[in-house]
Write a protein that binds this ligand. Structure first.
Ligand SMILES: [Zn+2]
Ligand SMILES: [Zn+2]
Length: 464
């Protein structure tokens, strides 16, 4: 049962119910105030105040949580979260062991090509099982998979030792729902690199306790129930027994355990953790800047395509993370490849017009930021910037008109589908298809006009 806690999503303490919409909105306001107050307060003040609050912590009254010194007792409670002993030891010991044992083993032993082959195969299997299995299949229901595929990915995810599917998916759905919230997002990037990468698993933080109310689709799945119930055994069976058995088959049990067992485990851990840390820190934001998620090609290489995290946070149900055909996303290629064999189906995608609309919207936002930055000096805008501003204003009005036409077309589509007879539906469909293509064309034109405008002030990359 030890491994049940290995990744730090405790299986006890089911204290936090998923809040209703109204409560959330109310809570968000209170949280924003709390965070602002907390940020304004120095750490020394926080330490001093800890004792003063010992009698009031636990008071859930939103108006009572901030005292006259502006210290948030919830934040204090957060900082005092108890150490998650087993995951903490495991997550600290395994990288140290890998860093010491691997070079020693490689210097003192001959490792055969088949062992390296097993190491490579297990790296791919483990990594892609997390991305295609735990993440896109189970967390987001982005496609449907044949039981063979599902169970193969489930086994690979178990090999990854990142918690049971229940824990992983519950935490991930909470991450999407409360992204960047310091109190609710289990691996909030607002708490810095270390916390979002690994720190969140080392202590039993309130944001890391889940009650599985957000995974009703998983809790009734018999196979997942078994994986959850006997998770510790499954971890040992895959990481020790299975790896050793494969080692025996290739004639080097210890070499396989060191490379395909230990080293593979540590590398896969940290490659996955990059998605929560670095993918919320470095890269571009082509689709939204309402959260910290970034698109980053280099991180996509290590994360089997999950580096396109800005797109993913905006359109989370799309089976693709690298949505453009040329973007490096082996997980999407695997899913689409398996669909050709009939092993995956119902691949969910966001339509091109919606994606392009989000991109163009972001470009307008960036254009406005350029204008605002140029205006800060208080001086008159330079000539080039002034004409840029005029172009942007003109283009924005035209864009809004296109968006209105698009909304009207969507409303008309719903109406027509409701009222038309079945035998006329294909006719209606053809006409609608044509109208949608026209809207898409217009949005592409806005995109290209914006690029030209950006080039006029010497910015080409941001308009890409
Ligand atoms: Zn994220
Ligand atoms: Zn996700």
């Amino acid at each position: 049962m030890i491994a049940k806690k290995v990744i730090g999503l405790p299986l006890k303490g089911l204290r936090f119910a998923v809040k209703s919409g109204d409560t959330l909105i109310q809570h968000a306001g209170t949280q924003a105030l709390r965070i602002k107050t907390w940020l304004d307060t120095s750490k020394s003040k926080t330490d001093d105040a800890a004792d003063k609050f010992s009698t009031t912590s636990g008071n859930e009254d939103a108006n009572a949580v901030i005292n006259y010194e502006g210290i948030d007792p919830l934040e204090l409670e957060f900082q005092k979260s108890p150490i998650n002993l087993v995951p903490a030891i495991f997550l600290i010991a395994t990288p140290i062991a890998a860093a010491v044992i691997t070079p020693w083993y490689l210097l003192t032993h001959q490792v055969s090509a088949p062992v390296w082959g097993v190491f490579g195969a297990f790296m791919v299997w483990t990594g892609i099982s997390i991305t295609a299995g735990y993440h896109r299949l189970l967390s987001h229901r982005a496609y449907k998979a044949h039981p063979l595929v599902k169970n193969f990915l489930l086994l690979g995810s178990t090999l990854a030792v990142q918690g049971s599917a229940f824990d992983w998916v519950s935490g991930h759905r909470t991450h999407h729902r409360h992204v960047d919230d310091r109190m609710e997002d289990p691996y909030s990037a607002q708490r810095g690199f270390f916390f979002s990468h690994i720190g969140w698993m080392l202590r039993s933080y309130p944001s890391g306790r889940f009650d599985y109310k957000n995974i009703p689709d998983l809790t009734k799945d018999k196979v997942l129930q078994i994986q959850h119930k006997y998770y510790g055994l499954w971890v040992l069976a895959t990481n020790v027994a299975m790896v050793a058995a494969v080692g025996w088959l290739v004639g080097d049990v210890w070499g396989t355990l060191v490379l395909a067992g230990l080293l593979r485990l540590v590398l896969t851990h940290h490659f996955t953790f990059f998605i929560n840390s670095l993918c919320h820190m470095f890269g571009t934001r082509p689709y939204t800047d309402t959260n910290s998620a970034r698109d980053n090609f280099f991180l996509a290489i290590f994360t089997w395509g999950e580096g396109y995290h800005n797109y993913h946070h905006f359109f989370q149900y799309d089976y693709r993370n690298g949505v453009k055909w040329w973007q490096y996303d082996p997980t999407k290629w695997l899913i689409v490849g398996l669909s050709k064999l009939g092993l995956t189906s119902e691949l969910r995608t966001v339509d091109d017009t919606t994606i392009k609309h989000a991109e163009v919207q972001m470009q307008f936002k960036k254009a406005q930021q350029q204008i605002d930055t140029a205006s800060v000096s208080g001086l008159d805008l330079p000539h080039a910037m002034k004409s840029f501003q005029d172009r942007i204003k003109f283009e924005y009005d035209a864009f809004m008109q296109t968006v209105e036409e698009w909304q009207a077309l969507k409303a008309k589509t719903i109406e027509l589908k409701k009222t038309e007879y079945a035998d006329r539906l294909h006719e209606v469909d053809d006409k609608l298809k044509h109208d949608y293509a026209k809207i898409e064309q217009k949005i592409l034109e806005h995109n290209s006009n914006l690029k030209t405008a950006f080039r006029s002030i010497g910015i080409s990359k941001k308009a890409a």
